[in-house]
Write a protein that binds this ligand. Structure first.
Ligand code: CA
Length: 229
């Protein structure tokens, strides 16, 4: 299920956005300040950021620039100010799109879905829409098979899910707790230490030197990150 980060200080708007997205099968988290938004964007894997430009105490453009320098996912700006629109259009490497307040919720959802789909195509490019290729590693998302230097490495279903999740959200640090919550169902047995075990097994299967991993990096005291230059 796609996951959207809503950065919006007005709770009734944030909740409206969340409800609409949910009705269309899109999950979302709300951040009510720029700081919270930035923190969430860096620690959770989102597929898109919906950013309100008018946040208290922070310049929305600055925040957008900062987000853009850290994450590749689409940023859709929500703005009520006409004069901001020209600025957004001329905004180099900033937002991917914008929508004016008051917005039509159906249009908002349609735009969000289009951007997520476009981004998914983009990250799976390089000729094969169904493979993620990083160095010698190739993750075939349709057949759910993993290859290193064209030699298949057999992963369990959960190992595959964990690896493909991290690879799809490369360069973002995830805590073990977050990964467990996200990838294991609520009723499953175990806790976040399950993640440690799975990461170790994945490394043994895909890394040349599992004790000095090239793909899944341990960020001490925080969690794991899939490294992609
Ligand atoms: Ca606002």
């Amino acid at each position: 299920m796609p996951n959207v980060l809503i950065i919006e200080d007005e709770s009734h708007i944030a909740e409206l956005e969340r409800d609409y997205l949910e009705a269309y099968g899109i999950q979302s988290d709300i951040a009510t300040t720029g700081e919270e938004g930035l923190r969430k964007a860096l620690t959770n894997g989102y597929d898109l950021i919906l950013l309100d430009l008018m946040l208290p105490g922070i310049n929305g453009f600055e925040l957008c620039k900062k987000l853009r320098s850290e994450v590749d996912i689409p940023i859709l700006i929500v703005t009520a100010k006409k004069e901001d629109i020209d600025k957004i259009r001329g905004f180099d490497r900033g937002a991917d799109d914008y929508i004016e307040k008051p917005f039509n919720p159906n249009e908002l959802v349609a735009r969000i879905k289009a951007h997520i789909a476009r981004y998914q195509r983009l990250i799976h490019k390089d000729g094969d829409a169904h493979a993620i290729k990083i160095g010698a590693l190739s993750i075939e998302t349709r057949s759910r098979r993993v290859f290193v230097n064209d030699v298949e490495r057999v992963l369990t279903a959960k190992e595959y899910e964990l690896l493909s999740f991290l690879a799809t959200h490369s360069n973002i640090v995830f805590s073990k707790e977050h990964l467990f919550e996200r990838l294991w169902s609520a009723d499953s047995i175990g806790d976040s230490s399950t993640i440690t075990v799975h990461i170790r097994k994945i490394r043994e299967k895909i890394e040349e030197d599992p004790s000095n991993p090239k793909y899944i990096e341990t960020v001490w005291g925080v969690g794991y990150r899939f490294r992609k230059e």
